[in-house]
Design a protein around this ligand. Sequence first.
Ligand code: NAD
Length: 475
Amino acid sequence: MKIDHLINGRTIAGTDYFETINPATQDVLAQVASGDQTQVNAAVQAAKDAFPAWARLPATERAKLMRKLGDLITKYVPEIAQTETNDTGQTINQTGKQLVPRSADNFYYFAEMCTRVDGHTYPTPTHLNYTLFHPVGVCALISPWNVPFMTSTWKIAPCLAFGNTAVLKMSELSPLTASRLGELALEAGIPAGVLNIVHGYGKEAGEPLCSHPDVRAVSFTGSTATGNRIVQASGLKKFSMELGGKSPFVIFDDADLDRALDAAVFMIFSNNGERCTAGSRILVQQNIYADFVEKFVARAKRITVGDPLDENIIVGPMISPGHLNKVRSYIELGQKEGATLLCGGLDTPEVSDRVKKGNFVLPTVFADVDNRMKIAQDEIFGPVASLIPFKDEADAIRIANDIAYGLSSYVWTENIGKAHRVAAAIEAGMCFVNSQNVRDLRQPFGGSKASGVGREGGTWSYEVFLEPKNIAVSM
Ligand code: NAD
């Protein structure tokens, strides 16, 4: 199979191609066009040409097209989910039941939302000020390889619904489902040039796209290192930077322990641990620490690893051999740093014949982790949990904040005052109290510190995809 660029409604062959590989089997899934400055220029030009008519279209008309695209995604959930699972190793349970259906919801939600964009008035005795919100123009949308379909639709839906046009670049490791989305967008009736897709590597395709002078906004999801590079290379633009995380999952001694255990296991091992909001630092109050560790490890040992197309599997393969090596190197490092390895480790998991060559790693639990260890400070982005004891509320807050990142956080306690105090004190864009990560499309999603700049979701998406203009009329 060949996957080509989508520029101005037409598939454009690459001058060069790279392979996308199934991480469970190592089979080549497709030859993918490898874009560079030439295809980026053509795609940005197509988006620029399509912009005036698309921006002028009444929001109600754009909304109809967004809903149609949502319907097409809903119609093809099984097909898209299977492709996503083959391309990423995310389990079919996740892609088929959650990630792909939720992607359709992004279009339904922003279809509604774009018809409600209103302005503000600031009357004074001498002037009437009012604000208009204009679409910004051509936007660069850059997606990582984890949950790529969901992430890309999370960007495309508000971008297009608000009247912008887009050039999307998916990760070179997981380009397949977005390519299908490009076809569905045309089938839904979204005009040529409104959504363009250039495939390729970060340096060759991503950087020319972000730094293109006709690109007005960059919505990027990926690592902190790449986010930094993009901001430096792109010049003055609107930025939304959704970057890495190392989120604290804080459990006090008065928490509902069974629920906290289930959520802690879910937040580090679901999505193969390849999740930006993973609760990868599990902070447990000292007097319940031993009990928690024993129960957590018992649950971790029950987690099934293997074929991501098998509905009984919880952890599939890592996205690539390179990423597997990175995760394994941290498991090795954790032992050298003096953390106690309680389960998992470097043994190869037993898996079925079909996926014998997959990039598998065992769900791994380290106890007695010191927060200054590298396994506690670096984003491992795999199924590796660090259990860290703490003394009291102040100690929990100190450890939670002793980190470069600030994406998500989790607090478990039955004491309502403590819950609010700790939630307010943790330096992060999001905090979930007595809950795993649950995303409402209206909430501001994003992080602080090294986890990013800007928020997306609901009216927060105005920040990146709409330009406010104040008009002051003298009276
Ligand atoms: P990455 O930074 O390596 O790549 C992300 C994307 O950027 C890819 O499409 C890549 O090709 C592109 N890219 C690379 N170099 C570029 C450059 N110089 N200019 C423009 N584009 C470039 O990240 P990844 O390994 O694909 O994804 C994992 C990371 O993403 C983790 O750090 C994870 O936490 C983060 N992430 C964050 C969120 C969030 O919402 N905060 C969500 C998902 C993933």
